[in-house]
Design a protein around this ligand. Structure first.
Ligand SMILES: Cc1cc2nc3c(=O)[nH]c(=O)nc-3n(C[C@H](O)[C@H](O)[C@H](O)COP(=O)(O)OP(=O)(O)OC[C@H]3O[C@@H](n4cnc5c(N)ncnc54)[C@H](O)[C@@H]3O)c2cc1C
Length: 382
């Protein structure tokens, strides 16, 4: 992938937009444990961010995947993890299946307003008894005439307290395991959808996370995304978009953390010289930077594979796994090299340390990435 003038202009547009519309509010939103998605999203939509690769017929930009890479890198430079995670849900987690498999009517009614930032969306897969093992979900949609009647619960749902609609994975038949699931668009205003709890977390404070319950929730069967019974397979494809944007954000976030840590060590004096004069610190930074460089190039190789229309599962899996791990190491070093200041809430490092911990758990834990790789690469007996 070659970064053209157009890419650079897009990068600058996003950096300016985030500096203007997000950065001045981050501390307030972190303290509030939420952010006003309905105010922010239309501003992001104005530059096309919420529908980058989506069809222009629904208000999308019709851009190619290289712009998603640029967007992810810039989102990773925002000085909190919560808001970019919430943005990524709208861009790459709750809407890809609808854009790819949804009917014209469903896309007109639900995708187009999401791209315009008029509504907030969530992806609702995880349940109290099923996270990594998606095949274990129990939320059930039973057909009654032209309607689904949905009962169950979903846990850890990002944007869950403010979402207007959910992309919900439910069982729609008695077939066990991976079979018999469907993805259904569920408007949250429908009777029976309840935010049972707003959850407090280690990090990602500016992003709201909810437990949702569904009691006799009725939605039209026509709200099914694509084919009934293909929900698991569609969600696996949707996870891929989630892992790609997570990986691209990591590339941006690590770059910024290394820049900031280096700048601090250059200024901070100890033992009669800047801390950066210590060869140990130089070598640790040089090594982290080298590993970041490899990751950044791998992100471009990954984007190229997507641009060529290849199956990018292996790229997305490796990128997300190694990005999550390097980000955690960089966050740990950032805290360590800032000393006491690194541990203070007033400094960026403590938030970065808290927020980055999530990536090795969410969007498929590190072990789930390894499970996929072991199977793909033949290190498995299944
Ligand atoms: C802040 C936050 C936001 C989230 N947002 C959403 C959202 O918007 N929508 C949504 O649907 N979900 C969301 N999730 C859920 C997230 O995707 C799950 O937490 C994640 O998939 C792990 O599932 P689990 O928590 O049930 O862990 P479990 O499946 O119980 O796994 C626990 C641990 O066991 C290990 N493990 C699991 N499987 C294996 C294996 N096969 N081999 C070896 N070790 C293994 C891993 O270390 C894993 O972390 C969110 C979670 C958090 C914390």
């Amino acid at each position: 992938m070659i970064e053209t003038d157009e890419h650079q202009l897009f990068r600058k547009t996003l950096r300016d937009l985030f500096a203007r519309e997000i950065e001045p509010h981050v501390d307030e939103w972190e303290a509030a444990r939420t952010f006003p998605a309905h105010d922010l999203f239309p501003k992001l939509a104005a530059v096309g961010l919420l529908g980058l690769e989506y069809d222009e017929a629904y208000g999308g930009m019709g851009a190619d995947h290289s712009y998603t890479l640029i967007a992810g890198e810039e989102m990773g430079r925002i000085s909190c993890g919560g808001v970019p995670m919430a943005m990524a849900v709208q861009m790459s987690m709750a809407t890809p299946a609808l854009a790819r498999y949804g009917s014209e009517e469903l896309k007109e009614q639900y995708l187009a307003p999401a791209i315009r930032g008029e509504v907030v969306t969530s992806i609702a897969v995880t349940e109290p008894d099923a996270g990594s093992d998606v095949a274990g979900i129990r939320t059930r949609a039973v057909r009654d005439g032209d309607e689904w009647v949905i009962n169950g619960a979903k846990l850890y749902i990002t944007n869950g307290t403010q979402a207007d609609w959910l992309c919900l994975l439910a069982r729609t038949s008695d077939d066990p395991g991976y079979h018999g699931m469907s993805l259904i668009v569920v408007p949250t205003a429908v009777p029976g959808v309840v935010v049972s709890r707003k959850l407090e977390k280690l990090g990602m404070w500016s992003s709201d996370t909810a437990e949702l319950s569904f009691t006799d929730v009725r939605v039209p069967v026509s709200n099914t995304i694509g084919e009934v019974g293909r929900g698991f397979q569609q969600q696996m494809a949707q996870f891929q978009a989630e892992r790609l944007i997570t990986f691209y954000k990591q590339v941006g976030s690590i770059e910024l953390a290394l820049e900031r840590t280096t700048a601090y060590l250059r200024e901070r004096k100890a033992f009669g010289a800047p801390l950066l004069a210590n060869q140990h610190l130089q070598f640790v930074l040089a090594e982290l930077s080298a590993r970041h460089d490899v990751l950044k190039h791998y992100a471009r190789t990954t984007a190229d594979a997507v641009l060529r229309g290849e199956d990018a599962t292996r790229y997305a899996t490796i990128g997300k796994l190694l990005g999550s791990r390097l980000q955690r190491e960089v966050a740990d070093c950032a805290v360590q090299f800032h000393g006491g200041m690194g541990y203070m809430d007033e400094n960026w490092t403590s938030r970065y340390f808290r927020d980055t911990r999530l990536d090795s758990i969410g969007a498929g834990a590190d072990e789930v990435m390894l499970r996929i790789l072991a199977r793909m690469d033949g290190y498995s007996v299944e």
